[in-house]
Design a protein around this ligand. Structure first.
Ligand SMILES: CC(C)(COP(=O)(O)OP(=O)(O)OC[C@H]1O[C@@H](n2cnc3c(N)ncnc32)[C@H](O)[C@@H]1OP(=O)(O)O)[C@@H](O)C(=O)NCCC(=O)NCCS
Length: 164
């Protein structure tokens, strides 16, 4: 994939900024919280050493696909995009709020701004899988116009066409 020039994107009072080495501890602490882990396919606690290895790989190989989301200058969560190797216009997104004392609908805002971010990066499709038990995330996807195209025992699979 070619280099993406976008380092940050402002959407109203929010901004997505590409992660840097300075974010390593924040992301570790956020991602390891029970309520975040429990909504991921791999919900086991992450040892710091593994996190360091993963983080350094992300920073080196794919730094432009991991963003910290700030609202009014406060870092509150993460949005990331994994490019589909067979269709480089399609990304699978992942997101979470790392902070807890946030106003209702912050997750919805993160995702609707995330759609603007994906469009700004010229992606045409966002795909996603959501654990059945993740009622909030299911609602977010359905409220934002994602189409359910499959389910299995653990997940619902969604996609959204950004060209329409
Ligand atoms: C998923 C997540 C981003 C949602 O953020 P949030 O700010 O809590 O969610 P919102 O306030 O935007 O609520 C989303 C919807 O869920 C509903 N909701 C909120 N709390 C709920 C509850 N306890 N039970 C049922 N629905 C609930 C809201 O009413 C809203 O639906 P509506 O707009 O139709 O009324 C956040 O909880 C999170 O980061 N979770 C852990 C990681 C994760 O699940 N990531 C996504 C993986 S697919």
């Amino acid at each position: 994939m070619g280099q993406i020039k976008l380092q940050e994107l402002f959407v109203g009072n929010s901004v997505f900024k590409v992660i840097t080495e300075n974010d390593i501890k924040t992301i570790y602490n956020w991602r390891n919280q029970d309520y975040v882990r429990n909504m991921m396919k791999d919900s086991s606690p992450i040892p710091y050493k593994n996190h360091q290895q993963w983080f350094n790989k992300i920073i080196k190989n794919n730094p432009l696909l991991y963003f910290i989301y700030y609202i009014n200058n406060r870092p509150v969560g993460v949005m990331n995009f994994k490019i589909d190797e067979k269709d480089t216009k399609s990304v699978e997104w992942g997101f979470y709020l790392g902070e807890t004392n946030l106003p209702a609908r912050t997750g919805t805002k993160l995702c609707s701004d995330g759609i603007i971010l994906a469009k700004s990066l010229d992606y045409e499709t966002i795909t996603s899988f959501v654990l059945h038990k993740n009622i909030k995330s299911v609602k977010i996807h359905e409220n934002l116009g994602f189409i359910k195209y499959n389910t299995d025992d653990s997940c619902v699979f969604y996609s959204k066409d950004l060209t329409k």
